[in-house]
Design a protein around this ligand. Structure first.
Ligand code: GUN
Length: 299
């Protein structure tokens, strides 16, 4: 049976370090500030944004939330708010919650965020910093950053000689994940829906990251014996065994099969999910340290 990588515990350890680093910075007169912008009332986004705000307060941050009306907010309104936050010295991190309503060009808004406050790591400058291995200056998207920290806890920081396969090529997870693995010296393959014989490619992986958004797609016999498996998927599926109309969360990996083969594996829920917000807090305190000309903590 595989080691179950406990995302909640690792996330707590990150938050403890954020709290300590924040306290040290506050004693020198600087409070990390995080601004979260939500347009509209998408219930899932509201849940995410509220938990980001709660965590930020726990960390001792100056936390502000802007809730804008989906019908009356124009793209110009949003760009104006981003410009104000860019100019506000009390704000070190800006996060515009996605998705945005259809009448707003999300990419234009994201590219308007100062790269030095882009704690989501979505700005082209940060994509470029990560792609060129300038990790000390980059902001890295929170989900792959959290996934990488879990891999480090199991396999160490140097992945020389190991093969890594990332299933999924999104800009938010798959591509940055591949760049992080490459920066750690893994030999990296990005596989996706057009890959020939995906199970065979996956079976070559010492480190297998699944980020496709398809419930339990990665079967036990896709997993190399002894592999480390990181399941980024969070999929809600019907669970009639729990009662009529009930649902449950599953990942992109068929967990019960895979845990028999893997050496270590993340569960869903309780794996990558809790890491994401913790890494956002880590990015915000990192940004505040950089703005102060101090060396940020290493997470
Ligand atoms: N919506 C879902 N996940 C994310 C995220 O990581 N960042 C932002 N900005 N929006 C999201």
């Amino acid at each position: 049976m595989a080691e179950i990588i406990d995302g909640r515990a690792i996330a707590e350890s990150v938050v403890v370090k954020v709290i300590e680093s924040t306290a040290a910075l506050v004693s020198s007169g600087i409070t990390p500030g995080l601004a979260v912008v939500l347009v509209g009332e998408d219930p899932a986004s509201q849940v995410y944004v509220n938990s980001k705000g709660r965590r930020a307060k726990e960390c001792g941050f100056h936390s502000v939330q802007h809730n804008l009306d989906a019908d009356t907010t124009t793209q110009d309104d949003l760009l104006k708010l981003v410009a104000e936050l860019n100019a506000d010295p009390a704000i070190h991190g800006i996060l515009v919650q996605l998705p945005l309503p259809d009448h707003i060009d999300a990419d234009a808004v994201i590219q308007a965020i100062s790269p030095d406050k882009d704690v989501d790591g979505f700005h082209y400058i940060n994509v470029g910093r990560l792609g060129t291995g300038a990790l000390d200056e980059a902001f890295v998207p929170c989900t792959p950053a959290g996934s990488m920290l879990m891999i480090e806890r199991v396999r160490g920081r140097d992945l020389s000689g190991l093969s890594a396969v990332v299933i999924g090529r999104s800009n938010i997870v798959g591509k940055p994940m591949a760049n992080l693995l490459l920066a750690a010296n893994a030999t990296v393959t990005i596989a996706h829906s057009r890959t020939a014989d995906l199970p065979a490619v996956a079976r070559g992986a010492d480190i297998l990251v699944a980020a496709v958004g398809r419930p339990e797609m990665v079967k036990g016999d896709w997993v190399k014996p002894g592999a480390t498996v990181i399941d980024v998927g969070i999929n809600r599926i019907p669970a009639p065994e729990k009662g009529e109309g009930k649902t449950r969360l599953v990942g992109d990996v068929a967990f019960e099969e895979a845990e028999k083969i893997a050496r270590a594996i993340t569960p869903v829920p309780g794996g990558v999910g809790p890491m994401t917000i913790a890494m956002l807090m880590a990015a915000t305190v990192t940004s505040a340290y950089r703005a102060a000309g101090k060396t940020p903590p290493r997470f």
